[in-house]
Write a protein that binds this ligand. Structure first.
Ligand code: ZN
Length: 140
């Protein structure tokens, strides 16, 4: 079952410049940075209440985020829902006729599992399912 909107992914050209905007203009604090080799991106995180912003900058020109930037420019890249059962969520989407980008979850940011649905079958929004955060699981 989907638990909540976990994060919004925002594609940016320069992580440093974007972080500066979020910190200096919006007054938010960057809560961490990480490189995710499987996605060829560098990520900066901002926790804003229950939702996190993930600024994504490509580390390679063949990164899907680089392709997104070329096509659409900077902007909202994906919406991520955390779910207690990512595989069940994927098979439900598949049964409903959605095109899956990942049939099997990949290793996403923070070592969490993640899988994407193609925007062509989700009314234009690249949709991510991610596993519930590890800290949260431990607290249960
Ligand atoms: Zn994401």
């Amino acid at each position: 079952m989907i638990q909540k909107i976990d994060h919004l992914g925002i594609a940016v050209r320069s992580l440093d410049e974007a972080v500066q905007y979020y910190e200096q203009v919006l007054g938010l604090k960057c809560s961490g940075k990480e490189e995710v080799p499987s996605q060829k991106v560098k990520i900066a995180f901002f926790q804003v209440g229950a939702v996190r912003l993930e600024l994504l900058a490509p580390t390679s020109s063949d990164s899907t985020v680089a392709q997104f930037l070329e096509k659409h420019g900077e902007g909202v890249h994906h919406v991520a829902f955390s779910t207690d059962n990512i595989n069940e969520q994927l098979s439900k989407a598949k049964d409903a006729g959605c095109r899956l980008i990942h049939e099997i979850p990949i290793q996403g940011a923070g070592g969490r599992q993640a899988a994407f649905l193609h925007p062509k079958s989700t009314h234009g929004v690249l949709t991510e399912f991610c596993s519930v955060e590890i800290e949260q699981k431990d607290n249960v």
